[in-house]
Design a protein around this ligand. Structure first.
Ligand code: FAD
Length: 322
């Protein structure tokens, strides 16, 4: 820490102008663990967007925030990392810790912020030990590294599945709200369009039940078994990379090192071998159930319950009984 820098945390709010992402509520829990003499550093939530008053309303009710800075302008509607990073870097100079989720949003934004501030980034933080020391996974989650940063500003992305979401109360109580008029327009890129998959099912990263299918399903048509099981349990669908590569489902459903990190209450792996790259994305799940015909499949090493047998017999039987 530099001598005269104020110790305070700036948390970049993830949202879509209407809804606050649950990732932000989890990052806030991580922020609460950045403490000096047993007291959490004050947390400022930085909300950048356009017509995002619904998000602000939720933030005002969120525990652990002491101040909210709002930058509301049409130029911020799509939160392009190219210009958002410049705005964050401007504001960040007054803070000792800058936090965002290790989601697509945070991974796109924070390395640019770190570069603009000329500091290193602490990525995928899964535990906070002290003001300058964190724990993060390495080697696809097979080892944990304790990393100490001597940079004056710690730029961090937080693995949100490692932290519970903080509570949102029913009525607003945060009054320290500051409007930031600075607008930094993107000059070298523009928002063209966004394609969002609309689904009745819960969002994969936030679902409490995830049913994932692998190559063992054999075809896109057979993947319907996974969908039916997920629907019976009110869960989200996930997939291994092999299932994605084979075209059974789209790649936004991939779980693993190069896909989404999930930590639901219940994770069911159907016809998935349990390669380390897949396990890296789901081993934080509370209860893991594996269905596989190979009793030596590595997935059984992380599973709490293992069903050895043909998925084409087991899954229909489960569907029948649930
Ligand atoms: P397989 O390994 O082929 O396993 C299929 C399983 O289905 C087998 O265990 C088999 O016994 C079982 N099976 C077959 N038929 C039946 C049946 N009728 N009933 C029951 N069981 C049956 N993978 C990911 O998932 N996510 C990632 O993010 C990811 N990132 C990667 C990054 C890198 C850099 C690399 C190199 C690889 C990555 N992979 C990732 C790929 C990973 O190494 C594996 O290749 C992949 O996870 C295998 O998918 P799978 O388990 O579906 O297929």
């Amino acid at each position: 820490m530099t001598e005269n820098k104020q110790l305070a945390t700036l948390m970049i709010v993830e949202h879509d102008n209407q809804l606050l992402s649950v990732n932000t509520l989890r990052v806030l829990n991580a922020a609460a663990q950045i403490q000096q003499d047993g007291t959490s550093l004050p947390v400022t939530a930085f909300l950048v967007g356009y017509q995002c008053s619904a998000v602000l309303d939720v933030l005002k009710c969120t525990k652990g925030i002491s101040k909210i800075i709002v930058a509301n302008a049409p130029e911020h509607e799509h939160q392009l990392a190219e210009n958002l990073s410049k705005l964050v870097a401007e504001v960040a100079k007054d803070y000792s810790h800058i936090l965002a989720p290790a989601s697509t949003f945070g991974k796109n934004l924070m390395p640019r912020v770190a570069a603009l501030l000329d500091v290193g980034q602490l990525s995928d933080v899964c535990a906070i030990e002290s003001l300058d020391t964190i724990i993060r996974p390495i080697y696809a989650g097979n080892a944990l590294a304790r990393v100490r940063s001597s940079d004056p500003i710690k730029v961090m992305t937080i693995r949100s599945t490692a932290f519970d979401a903080v509570m949102v109360s029913e009525s607003p109580f945060i009054e320290n709200i500051v409007t930031l008029d600075t607008v930094i327009a993107a000059t070298q890129c523009e928002f063209v369009s966004q394609q969002k998959v609309k689904s009745e099912r819960p969002e994969l990263s936030a679902a409490s039940v995830v049913v994932s299918g692998g190559r063992g399903l054999g075809s896109k048509e057979n993947f319907a078994l996974v969908e039916q099981l997920a629907d019976k349990l009110g869960g989200a669908i996930g997939a291994s990379r092999a299932a994605v590569d084979a075209g059974f489902v789209s790649n936004d459903l991939q779980v693993g090192q190069t896909g989404k990190i999930v930590a639901p209450q219940l994770y069911i792996a159907v016809g998935i071998s349990g390669a380390i790259q897949h396990v890296a994305g789901m081993k934080g799940s509370k209860v893991i159930v594996a269905i596989n015909s190979d009793p030596d499949a590595p997935i059984f090493e992380v599973a709490d319950y293992g069903l050895v047998g043909d998925l084409f017999e087991i899954v229909p039987e489960l569907l029948d009984k649930i």
